[in-house]
Design a protein around this ligand. Structure first.
Ligand code: ADP
Ligand code: MG
Length: 260
């Protein structure tokens, strides 16, 4: 079986600092794979390299066997590798539903010109986008806030909208950087269920960076552990929990012990 996503000796230097050092791993289609490690380990940088928000210093990222590193982020997103958007990407003056519809244009078959001139393809897209947006709103259980202006939404709902915007682009791979940050236990468990449904019902492959260890262990098929930019372990949740290198990395950092 060929990997959906493959990193080969990916390295990123910021001046004298090697934030990501020679990291290789593969992700299978339909997998939920988490990247964990202490603060400053290089997790977010790794995600930015995969999504082409940063260029690699060396190494390669392959998606369905094709190189995708060092392209523009929107090109990579069109290929199906999508980061969930930060809350700041949301159009505050538009409703939830309007935001989700707007996000569909990233994958539109009709050009933006077609959209303005109302070509048949663009009209067909508009109909499809509306239906797809409603479908996503239902999937994310956002019906009650669909017509609310984004500017009125509390943090939790904004984050859900960020997820909806990412999903509207119909990703093959979704990159989630600390999706549970700031959430209480119930909210986290709801999000865990949602991410699993994304994989089970929408066949989305998920890459996740997260500090909440109980949630990570519950959600992941496999984990990659990085420390000081290097991969120190890779395996199933139970393999990782018992790996001495991992325990040492966590105990030696300011993060609380791995706490599972
Ligand atoms: P993590 O997400 O694991 O906490 P990051 O990937 O954010 O870690 O950061 C890894 C290291 O790279 C840190 O030492 C950080 O200070 C550094 N770093 C991240 N982004 C930049 C940047 N744009 N310029 C310089 N250094 C950076
Ligand atoms: Mg980070």
């Amino acid at each position: 079986m060929t990997a959906l996503l493959e990193l080969r000796a990916v390295t990123k230097r910021f001046g004298g600092l090697t934030a990501v050092n020679n990291i290789s791993f593969s992700v299978a289609e339909g997998e939920i794979l988490s990247v964990i490690g202490p603060n400053g380990a290089g997790k977010s940088t790794l995600f930015q390299l995969i999504s082409s928000f940063l260029n690699t210093s060396s190494g390669e990222v392959l998606f369905r066997g094709q190189r995708v590193n060092n392209l523009a982020p929107h090109i990579v997103a069109r290929k199906g590798i999508v980061r969930t958007f930060q809350e700041t990407t949301v159009f505050r003056s538009m409703t939830v539903r309007e935001n989700i519809i707007a996000a569909h244009h990233l994958r539109s078959k009709a050009s933006l010109l077609g959209f303005f001139f109302g070509t048949r393809a663009a009209r067909a897209d508009e109909r499809y986008f509306g239906e797809s947006a409603d479908n996503l709103i239902e999937f994310l259980e956002m019906q009650a806030i669909a017509d609310e202006l984004a500017s009125n939404l509390p943090q939790g709902h904004l984050r859900a909208l960020g997820m909806a915007i990412g999903l509207a682009t119909d990703p093959a791979v979704l990159l989630l950087d600390e999706p549970f940050a700031g959430m209480n236990h119930d909210e986290t468990m709801k999000m865990v269920t949602l991410v699993k449904r994304l994989r089970d019902e929408r066949q989305v492959t998920v890459l996740l960076v997260e500090h909440d260890m109980p949630a990570v262990m519950k959600i992941s098929d496999r984990l990659i552990v990085i420390n000081f930019g290097q991969k120190i372990a890779e395996g199933t949740p139970s393999e990782i929990q018992n790996n001495p290198k991992v325990i040492e990395a966590y105990l030696g950092s300011e993060d609380a012990a791995i706490g599972m």
